[in-house]
Design a protein around this ligand. Structure first.
Ligand code: DOR
Ligand code: ZN
Length: 357
């Protein structure tokens, strides 16, 4: 349905965000509307403090998300379980069969924000993976090794070799999403597999910036995320994959808000807050690549197909209009240390979401 290039409008099925951090409490209230205005559903990451490791906690979190949603908005959170060394296969199966958990997330312990309780070694969760394969529950992977002797820029490629390839040999029927891929190695591994049980999400920031961005004019904490952005050749491989139309690649923003005080400090947090202009950011890439006609597949069709869900029936419209992205997002009662710096801060984007009013 995506209309042709140079069109002034782009109409597509309402998209979903297949990888999102919504946080909790006041932050949840601040960031949820930005996602809900664009996306019908989102896979909500479980790396809260404490993490979401039980069906009960996921139900309670889902309720908090629904309560934080402005009344006029329509949005369905899809919950995930946070895998630990001790999570029980029964808890996962129960949550999946009850329609509470859509998937389970594997964080290698200490790979990223709030992952200390993650999995210390894949051998710890053999029974969990067996059960997930048996019940066809998707496994979402933060694919980085944490070994301190592995260069931070190589951690994804090494994870694929050391862990993902053996894991998929052991569990060939398991549905796996390699989340927020950042390298040509990941693109090749997922693309070449040509297996409907293997997919990858791609973020807007990994399509727009390479590792130089973190160092232009000084240390740029707003461009620091994990997996960290890589060399230009990897960005080019990701752009080709996202715009290829291949069904194994789909949209997942990894929008991960941290207040300014968490980013601009001696040991800043990883995470890029891209939710306010996620769709416009992706559309810009597709246009630059001359592939606007492939945008709907990436944003709205490939994800539901992988997850076995219906595509959304509504449509949304992006219009060709210059949009100035704010330098920071605060609000009347927000202390500067609490501001959020959005992705594309201070830039102009050539597309804007059309709203009914
Ligand atoms: O940059 C990131 N931020 N990567 C992650 O894996 C986690 C996320 C967060 O929760 O802040
Ligand atoms: Zn994430």
């Amino acid at each position: 349905m995506a209309s042709e290039q140079r069109a002034t409008e782009l109409v597509l099925r309402r998209p979903d965000d297949w990888h999102l951090h919504l946080r909790d409490g006041r932050m949840l209230e601040r960031v949820l509307p930005a996602t809900a205005r664009q996306f019908a559903r989102a896979i909500v990451m479980p790396n809260l403090r404490p993490p979401i490791t039980t069906v009960e906690a996921a139900i309670a979190y889902r309720e908090r998300i629904k309560s934080a949603l402005p009344a006029e908005m329509n949005f369905t959170p899809l919950m995930t379980a946070y895998l630990t060394d001790s999570i029980s296969p029964h808890e996962l199966e129960h949550g999946y069969q009850e329609g509470v958990f859509t998937a389970a997330k594997l964080y290698p312990a200490n790979a990223t924000t709030n992952s200390a309780a993650g999995v210390s070694d894949l051998s710890q969760i053999t029974a969990v993976l067996e059960r997930m394969q048996a019940i066809d529950m998707p496994l979402l992977i933060h694919g980085e090794v944490t070994d301190s002797d592995v260069d931070v820029f190589d951690r994804e490629a090494v994870f694929i070799e050391r862990h993902l390839i053996p894991l998929r040999r052991r569990f060939p029927e398991l549905r796996v999403v390699l989340e927020h891929i950042t390298t040509s190695e990941a693109v090749e591994y997922v693309g070449d597999a040509a297996d409907p049980r293997l997919a990858a999400t791609i973020t807007p920031h990994h399509l727009h910036i390479n590792r130089n961005a973190m160092f232009i004019g000084g240390l740029r904490s707003d461009f620091y995320c994990l997996p960290v952005v890589k060399r230009e050749q990897h960005r080019q491989a990701l752009r080709k994959a996202a715009t290829s139309g291949m069904s194994c690649f789909f949209l997942g923003t990894d929008s991960a808000p941290h207040p300014r005080s968490g980013k601009e400090t001696s040991c800043g947090c990883a995470g890029i807050y891209n939710a306010p202009v996620a769709l416009e950011s992706y559309a810009t890439v597709f246009e630059q690549e001359g592939a606007l006609e492939k945008f709907e597949a990436f944003a709205s069709l490939n994800g539901p197909r992988f997850y076995g869900l219906a595509v959304n029936s509504e449509v949304i419209t992006l219009e060709r209009r210059i949009q100035q992205v704010p330098r920071q997002l605060g609000g009347n009662n927000v202390d500067p240390s609490d501001e959020l710096v959005p992705f594309h801060a201070g830039e102009e984007l050539g597309w804007a979401l059309k709203t009914e009013d």
